[in-house]
Design a protein around this ligand. Structure first.
Ligand code: GRF
Length: 200
């Protein structure tokens, strides 16, 4: 079984989409663990509700960032996961973790990267006045939303749109795209050459 850990800091709707995909057998990946840096993350009860183990690694209880990073790494190693999927995880992944899981950490971002990295990507795109935006699943590197792009879905900005409507349409596409990419990885169909990702 291909085992994944999902890291989430908040709402957890992408986590829910991954759980659903597992339930309806759209993916063979098993969510072995959900980790949050936020004890109040809604993602935690969502996971528990589906019988998925959860762990909180709370940065506020560590005096040094290094100790927090180590605790997170140890935890993920102890669960022997094949893939780490960030789903609304609000921290940069430490280099040690990336070294321990080379090309095994992915993220979903609500814009067509490299446009609008960082926080409030939908709002950034909206304010910029783009005609098309969307979502991106990418490998995580040490930068902020800078890793190799695996897949993207384009979402047009409509004349009658509001930021909320647009954000919701992007989110719907995120929920379709993320499980699909996880399944490709579980099937071993993804090849990375330099920055370029090929899907067999
Ligand atoms: C999503 O828009 C995702 O693209 C971004 O953070 C948001 C998380 O939402 N990285 P949720 O917690 O999965 O509902």
């Amino acid at each position: 079984m291909f085992r994944i850990a999902v890291l989430a800091s908040g709402r957890g709707s992408n986590l829910e989409a991954l759980i659903k995909a597992q339930k309806v057998k759209k993916t063979d990946a098993e969510i072995a663990l959900v980790v949050s840096d936020n004890p109040k993350a809604e993602a935690l009860p969502r996971a528990t509700g589906h019988g998925i183990p959860t762990q909180v690694v709370d940065p506020t209880i560590y005096t040094e960032k290094k100790a927090f990073d180590q605790a997170l790494l140890k935890l993920l190693q102890s669960y022997q996961v094949d893939l780490i999927a960030l789903a609304g995880y609000m921290r940069l992944v430490p280099p040690e973790l990336l070294q321990a899981f080379p090309n095994r950490v992915i993220n979903i971002h609500p814009s067509l990267l490299p446009a609008f990295p960082g926080m409030n990507a939908q709002q950034q795109a909206w304010d910029y006045g783009v005609k098309f935006t969307g979502c991106t699943v990418h490998f995580v590197d040490e930068g902020m939303d800078t890793g190799p792009i695996i897949a993207q879905t384009v979402v047009p900005v409509l004349t009658e749109d509001t930021l909320t409507l647009l954000t919701n349409r992007i989110l719907k596409e995120e929920h379709l795209l993320y499980p699909r990419v996880v399944q490709w990885i579980a099937e071993g169909r993804i090849k990375l050459l330099g920055r370029k990702v090929f899907i067999k």
